[in-house]
Design a protein around this ligand. Structure first.
Ligand SMILES: Cc1cc2nc3c(=O)[nH]c(=O)nc-3n(C[C@H](O)[C@H](O)[C@H](O)COP(=O)(O)O)c2cc1C
Length: 186
C-alpha cells in the first residue's frame, strides 16, 4: 500500500472481527515500529504483547476507574464487567512503554520517538489487513494497570494499541486543511 493511501485510510478502529492475530503478524508490525527515527539511538520503546489475562486485568482497572462516575451499585458492577470483557475479547492488544531517562531533554525525545514507533505500527497494520486503536489516559500510570501489564521499573506506559481485523471502518473525522496551521517563514 502506498504510504499516502495508508495515512489517508488510517482510522481508530472501534470493532474487530474474530479473526485471530498471529504472533508472526505482531512481530512483523513491531519490526516496523523499531525503525522509527530516534535521536541518540536510545531505542526507548518497550512493547508488551498482552494475552487475555493481562488484557482482562487492564480492562478491570479501567472499568474500576470508569465506574467511579456511576452511582448505582449494580450499574457500577456492570461497567466494570463490560470494560473487562471488552478488553479480554480483543483479538490482540499491546501496551507501549518508554524508558524514563533521567535527563528531561532525552526523556522528551524518547517519548516522541516512541510515539513515532507507534505510528509506524499503525501505518503498517493495514498492509496485513489489520487496524489499530491507540489509547492513552490516566489509567496508564495506575499501579493496578502497570501490574496487570507487568511493566518494569523505570518505564512508563504511554499507549495501548488494540489490534485486529476491522469489523467496520469509521468515517473520517473532520479535520482542517494543513494550510490553516501552516506559516511559511522567509
Ligand atoms: C495519544 C492518543 C491518545 C488517544 N487516546 C484515546 C482514548 O483514550 N480513547 C479513545 O477512544 N481514543 C483515543 N485516541 C484516538 C483518538 O480519539 C482518534 O485518533 C481521533 O478521534 C481521530 O480519529 P481517527 O484516529 O480515526 O482519525 C487517542 C489517540 C492518541 C494519538
Amino acid at each position: 500500500m502506498n504510504i499516502f493511501d495508508a495515512i489517508s485510510a488510517r482510522r481508530s478502529i472501534k470493532s474487530f472481527t474474530d479473526r485471530p492475530i498471529t504472533n508472526e503478524e505482531i512481530e512483523q508490525l513491531l519490526s516496523m515500529a523499531v525503525l522509527a527515527p530516534n535521536h541518540r539511538m536510545t531505542e526507548p520503546w518497550r512493547f508488551y504483547v498482552m494475552g487475555p489475562e493481562a488484557r482482562a486485568g487492564f480492562g478491570y482497572t479501567l472499568g474500576l476507574r470508569k465506574a467511579k462516575r456511576v452511582d448505582e451499585p449494580n450499574a457500577k458492577v456492570a461497567v466494570i464487567q463490560k470494560v473487562e470483557a471488552s478488553h479480554r475479547d480483543l483479538p490482540a492488544m499491546l501496551a507501549v512503554a518508554t524508558i524514563l531517562h533521567e535527563n528531561p531533554e532525552i526523556r522528551e525525545e524518547d517519548y516522541a520517538a516512541t510515539y513515532m514507533a507507534i505510528q509506524n505500527l499503525c501505518l503498517a497494520a493495514p498492509s496485513l489487513g489489520l487496524g489499530t486503536h491507540v489509547k492513552s489516559g490516566g489509567v496508564m500510570d495506575d499501579p493496578r494497570a502497570r501490574e496487570a501489564i507487568g511493566v518494569r521499573e523505570g518505564e512508563r506506559i504511554i499507549a495501548t494499541i488494540a489490534l485486529g481485523e476491522p469489523a467496520a471502518m469509521p468515517d473520517p473525522k473532520p479535520r482542517h486543511s494543513a494550510d490553516e496551521f501552516t506559516t511559511w517563514v522567509a
